[in-house]
Write a protein that binds this ligand. Sequence first.
Ligand SMILES: Cc1cc2nc3c(=O)[nH]c(=O)nc-3n(C[C@H](O)[C@H](O)[C@H](O)COP(=O)(O)OP(=O)(O)OC[C@H]3O[C@@H](n4cnc5c(N)ncnc54)[C@H](O)[C@@H]3O)c2cc1C
Length: 438
Amino acid sequence: MSKKIVIVGAGVAGINAATKLVDNGYPGELITIIDMGKDPHKRLPSEVMTGMLGAGGWSDGKLTYHTAIGGQLKKYCGEDKAMELMDQVITNFKRFHPKPEEVQCSNPDAEPDFIKPYFGLRLFPVWHVGTDYLLEIAKNWYSYLVNNGVHFEWETKVYSIDFDSNFLRAKDKYNQEVRLSYDELIFGVGKSGIDFGKVLAEQYDLPTEPKSVQIGVRFEAPQHHFQKLIDVSYDFKLYRKFDDKGVSLRSFCTNNNAAYVAVEETYGNSTYNGHAKKDERYRNDMTNFGIIMELNGIEDPFTWSREVVKQLQSIDNKGLYYSPSRTPSFTSEGDHVEASQISDADMQTVRHIFEGYFNYIDEFIDDMKKVFPTLKDDWGIYIPEVKYLSPEPLVDYTNLALTKYPNVHFVGDALSARGITVSGAQGIYVAEDILKYN
Ligand SMILES: Cc1cc2nc3c(=O)[nH]c(=O)nc-3n(C[C@H](O)[C@H](O)[C@H](O)COP(=O)(O)OP(=O)(O)OC[C@H]3O[C@@H](n4cnc5c(N)ncnc54)[C@H](O)[C@@H]3O)c2cc1C
């Protein structure tokens, strides 16, 4: 066990990888984790995407437990192994949770008749950690790794990696150059580092796998309109498919009770997401979820989504909010969610920018009004919500290493994941492979 391991990104994937390694006796002193964000004692609530546990450290803490959710995992390792890896991630979150007994699993089992004519409902178990506990979990987890000798470089941004000579360059918060060499590199930069991943893919001409476009809006309304469905499935996922058109839609990442819409900064543009708090004092009795379209057959999906998002921001240089009757809600800190409220006339521009695909979202909302009759005009949408699926580098499925560079492993959202459990599982999968040969 003498290989020097560098992990770029102290996100869910990187932290689970390091934990698997030290849990199995790998010397922590040989592991360095480098992150542009802050340690959990310094990280601010506004730093949604960076720092200890990455985006997962300030998420809504819902650990999905199904291979159909959260991106690719079973593609690499098969169904049974994927479930076993996800179990390990959930165990880690419970292990560092200050009140593990509060981590509950919701597991709906029947599709209710009233939604059937219009929507399918995807049913799967979810473990609820609670956003408010994530910081405590992050602190406990951090202590565990530090106590086991793992070295962290915080507030240090990696800006170049030489895959041929096995070293990377970064700048710390004082703008000082940091250089690190590695034997094995785990690249887990999440969504906040997706542009860096893309630069590397182009620089090294990495072969990629084809991807679809995933774009839509964050829908928000008072919770009581959806209560009948929430009683069946807390984190419900409605879906519709138009196979002949290569389009499918799903509601994504549902938050209830204390549900807040969050602005996500990616590539300098504002997009939307949501999170839920557990503490009763944050209760606002709202529900929010993404309505995400998956569009197949668009030639360069990444560039297409980037272009749509950029054009939407050109209306007012920030994200947009449309509602027939409401104004943007408040964040948990008491400010309005940042968005420009737009009129019916502006919505025509939005529809134009989406090149006709917005009709599917309009229909989805119209059909929700039929299924949830009290909803009427009591809703709003934040535009856009987007899952940037950058071209996925082609990896060796046994250890997620680049086919051209077998000691460089891509993990988490930087590879093909879209969520905490799958990202963490990918980190553990790589660590298990490293342990096999060291
Ligand atoms: C508001 C919000 C709510 C969410 N809620 C949920 C949820 O409830 N359930 C769920 O499953 N998923 C949720 N997600 C998604 C989930 O958080 C991510 O899928 C997951 O965290 C991805 O893990 P990762 O390790 O790949 O990346 P991340 O957790 O994003 O970590 C990446 C890390 O890399 C660091 N980094 C990036 N670039 C560099 C660089 N160049 N140099 C150094 N460091 C760098 C970042 O600082 C960051 O800490 C949510 C996301 C957001 C934004």
